[in-house]
Each structure stands twice: as structure tokens, then as C-alpha cells.
Design a protein around this ligand. Structure first.
Ligand SMILES: Nc1ncnc2c1ncn2[C@@H]1O[C@H](COP(=O)(O)O)[C@@H](OP(=O)(O)O)[C@H]1O
Ligand SMILES: [Mg+2]
Ligand SMILES: [Mg+2]
Ligand SMILES: [Mg+2]
Length: 372
């Protein structure tokens, strides 16, 4: 008897793998070039001017194309499943914007290149003959992007997709993640996160990079090297003494209050500097024990978290033996639409330390309100 969500897991890994290959290609072809052009301040003429048009639009190019690729693959395997995706194609259809036609043709080229990637041996072994992904026209790809327009629901089955989470990290050549999750009746059942820049072993910057993390509800969490997807290693959150714990937080100060996370760490007696990393790679690092406490504290501007930024990562952590809540200890509610509308920030850690972290959050908050 096959395990629950076996097909969904295979399809999601294949889709995320193809999107990772696309985002890595975009980075190598475009982002690096742009950095060079900007870095040496050389005059932007001739061939360079084309590059700059493409490169300065690298961010949407990679996000849109990756969303198109994943949505095409999901639509082929599960045609009636709705998708809550971060991107939509409205800007790409705007012909008043002179860059939109250039973007469309670039997206078409990149997405079709990724869809044409041959099946890996692992995929053939799992699927037999396996699916082939035919080439798509530009407008088919724009429609595929817009399959991500579902508004979310409390009941029923849906996917949620962040084609590039940590876009700022992606552009810096640091951490980012391609994140896909399946939600049923507001509960995350499957999470697949591709982290092309994450070393297989924590801190081993000189070693191999590129991991896919997979979690299935009730079946645990695992890590696979992008280079050999058949090698799944189960991952668990280790137990460490409080004095040895490290916090994980966003690189971007605008995404999480670093003064509040500093106070929380202090209240816990943590002396090590926080590990700052973009994207859901933080959840992945926590799930395999590279860091211990993920703190995402609201900055006070009224930002509401999006479901695609947390669905896969939160399942990965809970299946690795951890607990994920918001900053008040409430569970994350994935049934309210495209956002975590009732939640404030995120706190994730091993089971044992989670109550102490919530207590430290209360203490930090009390200190902050006294200062006001
Ligand atoms: N003011 C804000 N507060 C919290 N999160 C924010 C934010 N503005 C943007 N974000 C989200 O933070 C995500 C990146 O998270 P992190 O800081 O952990 O790397 C972004 O995902 P994208 O990069 O997919 O847009 C975006 O959805
Ligand atoms: Mg995101
Ligand atoms: Mg994104
Ligand atoms: Mg974004």
C-alpha cells in the first residue's frame, strides 16, 4: 500500500526541482552580469544595454517563470486543484509598459527550458514512464501563472506557492527557497522547499550546495541533495541545553523587529549572535538543527504574513519534532485566505524550549511597553 500523498510528493519534488534549475540559471545568466555591470560602473551601451534591461527585471523574470513552471506541472497532475500563488500576470499583460513584451519572451524561453529538462532516473523509477511536459506558448504560460489566483479557503484542498521566497537573498546570491505546499481543510499536509544555495551540511560553504526539504503530515521530514534526489535523509530537531541555543531571523530588518528579537534572546540567556538568513531556509535550518529558535517579530507597521511564506516551512519543523506558533502562542491559521490574517509574527523551535521562548516574548514585550 502506498503512503498517503505519495503522488503529490513526487509531483511537488519534480516541480520544485525544475523551478530551482530555472532560478539558478537566471542567477548565473543575469543577476551576476548585472552585478558586474553595476560593480565596475562601465558605460552601459551596446550588448550591455540589453543585459541591463533583462537584468534589472531579473526579480520578476525568475519569480514569474518559476511560478509558471510549477503551475503547469501541478495543472497537468492535479487539474482541479486550486493554487494560492504569490505572483500574477497582470503587469506582464500591460502593453503600455515597454518592458512587458521583453519580459514575456524571456519568461517563455526560461519556463520552456525548465519544462523540457529530461526526467531524472529517480523520477523514472518512481513514475515508470513519467510525465513529459510539452512546450507552452507565452499566453498559456501567463494563464498558468494566473492559476495561482485562488483566494484560499477554510475547507477543501489547495496548493500554495512561493516561486522565490527571499527574493532579496536571491539577488544577493545568498539564501532563497522555492516553496510549495499542499493544504487540506486548513491543515498543511505536504511541504517541499528547494534551497539551491544552502550547503548540504550547515556552514560548509566550500562543500556541495543545493537541498530539497520535504515533509508529509504524519510521515516526518527529510532532506535530499538536489544532485541526487533518491538520497533522502530524515531530519530531526536536536535537544540542546538552553545556554547553547542560537536564534534564526530575517536578514531584512523590515521583516522582523531585530530589537525585539534581541530582547527575547537576552531574556533566554542566549549570548550567541543571531543567525540571519533569508527565506524559509530558516525553517529548513531549524528542522535539521543548524539553528534552534526562529523568531519573526512584527515590526509594528501592520504587515500581515502570507500563507506561502510559512506553509511548507511550518510543516517541516513540526514533522521534525518542533512547534510553530505565532508570537502569542496561537497556531498559524491557514484557512483564512491568502494571509495569516489572525496571526502576529512567528515563533518556531524544538518542543522543549517553545514554552520558554513564549515566556521570553512576553517579557520582551513588557519591557518594550514600559519604554513607550
Ligand atoms: N514588512 C514585512 N514584514 C514581514 N514580512 C515581509 C514584509 N515585507 C515582505 N515580507 C515577506 O518576507 C518574505 C521574506 O522573508 P524573510 O525575511 O524571512 O526572507 C518575503 O517573501 P518574498 O521574498 O517571497 O517576497 C515577503 O513575503
Ligand atoms: Mg516569500
Ligand atoms: Mg516570493
Ligand atoms: Mg515577493
Amino acid at each position: 500500500m502506498s503512503l498517503a500523498f505519495a503522488l503529490e510528493k513526487q509531483v511537488a519534488i519534480s516541480a520544485v526541482l525544475r523551478a530551482c534549475s530555472l532560478t539558478s540559471a537566471v542567477f548565473n545568466k543575469l543577476v551576476k552580469n548585472e552585478t558586474l555591470v553595476k560593480g565596475d560602473k562601465s558605460p552601459v551601451t551596446g550588448e550591455h544595454s540589453t543585459r541591463v534591461i533583462l537584468a534589472s527585471d531579473t526579480l520578476p523574470v525568475a519569480d514569474y517563470s518559476a511560478q509558471a513552471v510549477i503551475n503547469v506541472i501541478l495543472a497537468q497532475a492535479f487539474p482541479s486543484d486550486p493554487i494560492v500563488g504569490e505572483e500574477d500576470s497582470a503587469d506582464l499583460r500591460n502593453d503600455a509598459d515597454p518592458t512587458s513584451a521583453t519580459l514575456r519572451s524571456r519568461i517563455t524561453e526560461l519556463a520552456n527550458e525548465a519544462l523540457a529538462l529530461p526526467l531524472r532516473d529517480w523520477e523514472k523509477a518512481e513514475w515508470g514512464i513519467g510525465p513529459t511536459h510539452g512546450q507552452r506558448t507565452t499566453f498559456q504560460l501567463l494563464d498558468a501563472i494566473d492559476r495561482g489566483n485562488f483566494s484560499g479557503a477554510r475547507k477543501g484542498r489547495m496548493w500554495t506557492l512561493d516561486p522565490i521566497d527571499g527574493t532579496k537573498g536571491f539577488l544577493r546570491g545568498e539564501q532563497y527557497a522555492v516553496c510549495l505546499a499542499l493544504i487540506e481543510d486548513s491543515e498543511v499536509k505536504l511541504g517541499v522547499m528547494g534551497c539551491p544555495n544552502l550547503p548540504l551540511k550547515a556552514g560548509d560553504e566550500a562543500g556541495e550546495k543545493g537541498c530539497i526539504f520535504v515533509a508529509v503530515k504524519g510521515q516526518g521530514s527529510e532532506q535530499r541533495p538536489i544532485s541526487s534526489l533518491q538520497d533522502a535523509t530524515p531530519i530531526h530537531i536536536p535537544t540542546r541545553p538552553l545556554s547553547e541555543l542560537r536564534t534564526l531571523e530575517s536578514v531584512e530588518a523590515a521583516h522582523s523587529s531585530q530589537s525585539t528579537t534581541g530582547r527575547i534572546a537576552q531574556a533566554l540567556g542566549i549570548t550567541a549572535a543571531p543567525v540571519r538568513m533569508d527565506s524559509q531556509a530558516k525553517y529548513c535550518s531549524l528542522a535539521r538543527g543548524d539553528g534552534d529558535i526562529y523568531l519573526r517579530m512584527p515590526t509594528g507597521v501592520g504587515y500581515v504574513e502570507k500563507i506561502w511564506d510559512h506553509a511548507g516551512g511550518s510543516l517541516l519543523v513540526t514533522e521534525a519534532g518542533g512547534v510553530v506558533s505565532d508570537s502569542r502562542g496561537q497556531p498559524l491559521d491557514f484557512g483564512l485566505g491568502r494571509t495569516l490574517g489572525e496571526n502576529f509574527g512567528v515563533i518556531a523551535s524544538g518542543k522543549d524550549v517553545h514554552p520558554s521562548v513564549l515566556e521570553a516574548v512576553r517579557k520582551a514585550r513588557a519591557e518594550e511597553s514600559q519604554k513607550l
